[in-house]
Design a protein around this ligand. Structure first.
Ligand code: SF4
Length: 330
């Protein structure tokens, strides 16, 4: 259980049952009542790195901008109406390649407790059309389930909205927190998997590969078809050997019948995001290998080659039709 030395609470959400439920879990945290989360979160001259190491929690109300158009840098899995949303700003993990670094002025965690308002916005969005909504791109919602219970609420909401498909992306090993629920067909669990040496180098604080695979197996035992996301492919010494062994390990531990699809994409981010990270962490390992800026996107010089290598490994084990590659092969 993560600890927070301070919890800031917007006055307006103090009586919200979700606020109260969260506060009960952290009886020893100092509570500070505020008017708006921005007073704390948007203060100038904050140190993101220090705050990330000693994250505090802010409980707030989201008042506008509930849903965003999906980014072109993200796989849309063939969905035309692709969106993302976030009940939480920032993440408990600390991946070196994460574009959230420096995106906000603060490293503290903000939880927007008015989840019902998100559902109302999704109701409006899906009134006359289908939508594919990623609910966990900008945080790891399942990793925070013990704090928020939001994954459960999204699953229950989605059960009643036939025009909606949601994707819950995670690096956590926390499927057991929702295992007892009835999970409808329009909820997709997606695990981000990378080789263990890459996890150790770039994904500080996340569960090891073996633990994520255990979680995936539990989901498959519930007859779910899960998504595997091999992205961002990060470069590492002995790249070919490491990724070859990794792909073999996945398929010797997960039955391919339990896999809905797999997406593959090399490390990439908007140029401005990379600049922000460089200002924060000049010696970040993401700058250790040959990179380029191409069409305003910062990526590896040989990104397509790396993707192609992993793709060729993956299709030795599973049908090509189930594999989505970010840079399509000619
Ligand atoms: S799990 Fe995702 S959101 Fe969290 S730090 Fe890593 S990349 Fe960022």
């Amino acid at each position: 259980m993560k600890k927070f030395s301070h919890i800031y609470i917007e006055k307006e959400v103090l009586d919200n049952p979700i606020t109260q439920g969260i506060l009960e879990k952290f009886p020893n945290s100092k509570r500070i009542i505020i008017d708006r989360y921005s007073e704390v979160f948007n203060r100038s001259n904050q140190n993101y790195i220090v705050q990330k190491k000693k994250q505090n929690l802010i409980l707030a109300k989201k008042r506008y901008d509930f849903i965003y158009e999906g980014s072109e840098l993200c796989e849309d899995f063939g969905h035309i109406n692709f969106y993302h949303t976030s009940n939480v700003f920032n993440c408990i993990y600390d991946c070196d390649y994460c574009y959230l670094q420096g995106m906000y002025p603060s490293g503290h965690l903000v939880i927007f407790v008015n989840i019902e308002d998100y559902f109302k916005e999704v109701d409006k969005l899906t009134q006359h059309k289908n939508a594919y909504l990623s609910i966990s791109y900008e945080t790891d919602l399942l990793a925070l389930e013990y704090v928020t219970g939001f994954t459960k609420k999204w699953i229950e909401y989605t059960k009643g909205n036939k025009n909606l498909v949601i994707e819950i992306r995670t690096k956590s090993a926390n499927f057991s927190s929702v295992e007892s629920l009835e999970i409808p067909y329009n909820v997709i669990f997606a695990w981000t998997l990378l080789p263990q040496p890459v996890i150790e180098k770039y994904e500080k604080l996340t569960p090891p590969l073996t633990k994520r695979i255990e979680s995936i197996k539990k989901a498959i035992l519930k007859n779910l078809k899960i998504r595997i996301s091999i992205e961002p492919i990060m470069y590492i010494e002995n790249f070919e050997e490491v990724y070859k062994d990794f792909v073999k390990y996945i398929f010797s531990n997960i039955p391919k019948e339990g896999i809905r699809d797999i997406n593959i994409g090399a490390f990439r981010m908007i140029k401005e995001q990379a600049k922000r990270i460089e200002r924060l962490k000049e010696y970040s390992p993401i700058f250790c290998y040959d990179t380029i800026v191409k069409n305003e996107v910062f990526t590896y010089k040989n990104a397509e080659e790396l993707e192609k290598f992993v793709y060729c490994e993956v299709i030795q084990y599973i049908e090509k039709e189930k594999v989505y590659l970010l840079n399509k092969l000619p």
